[in-house]
Write a protein that binds this ligand. Structure first.
Ligand SMILES: CC(C)(COP(=O)(O)OP(=O)(O)OC[C@H]1O[C@@H](n2cnc3c(N)ncnc32)[C@H](O)[C@@H]1OP(=O)(O)O)[C@@H](O)C(=O)NCCC(=O)NCCS
Length: 165
């Protein structure tokens, strides 16, 4: 399952606006490590026996790179990943994956969630704004991308959103 899921992840994040590149085994390791974190979950969407999308989440306490942004982070969940295969977009798959992950987080006693995306990924910002999330911080990072076949390191602004569950 992890191999198939990682392949889909690589495809989804190789495209605009991400153009991301990953080292060998990096995605597999990240996904497995998410599952090992406190309350780690991977919600899968399948069609005809094939994975067409997934959402990933775990306790926000693991995000030590953002822990200064909120207090009482013990009851906060982190929405780590969300991706849907290109041909199945616009059909509500992401909304279902978000709803299911939210249900799990609530059942486990989390009261709020955090999510981080790129400032240029407007769909995600709209999805979470529509669920009452608001931007609480921005981060400037450098990202490794492959654009027109060229490996480049470019500045990227990340938006961090917070919302009640
Ligand atoms: C972002 C992504 C997960 C959306 O998946 P999806 O299954 O197409 O989304 P849904 O069909 O469930 O739609 C969710 C919402 O986004 C809106 N939406 C989806 N695609 C859109 C588009 N191209 N333009 C504008 N709005 C769009 C829908 O109208 C819907 O709005 P609603 O919640 O008000 O009903 C998908 O485009 C994707 O995998 N992108 C690449 C990976 C990525 O960027 N992941 C996020 C990283 S932070």
């Amino acid at each position: 399952m992890i191999i198939e899921l990682s392949a889909l992840y690589r495809t989804c994040f190789a495209e605009s606006p991400w153009f991301e590149v990953f080292g060998s085994g990096e995605v597999e390791e990240d996904l497995l490590s998410a599952l090992q974190k406190r309350d780690g979950v991977i919600v899968l969407a399948e069609k005809d026996g094939k994975i067409i999308g997934a959402s990933v989440g775990y306790a926000f306490i693991h995000r030590t790179d953002m822990s200064d942004l909120i207090e009482n982070s013990d009851r906060v969940y982190y929405y780590a990943e969300l991706f849907v295969q290109n041909q199945y977009r616009g059909l509500g798959v992401a909304n279902m994956l978000i709803a299911e992950r939210e249900k799990v987080a609530r059942q486990r006693g989390y009261l709020a969630a955090m999510v981080r995306t790129s400032v240029v990924q407007q769909i995600i910002q709209d999805i979470y704004s529509g669920r009452g999330f608001r931007v609480i911080a921005r981060q400037n990072v450098m990202s490794d991308k492959v654009i027109d076949g060229q490996a480049v390191r470019v500045p990227d602004e990340r938006v961090i959103m917070h919302g009640a569950l």
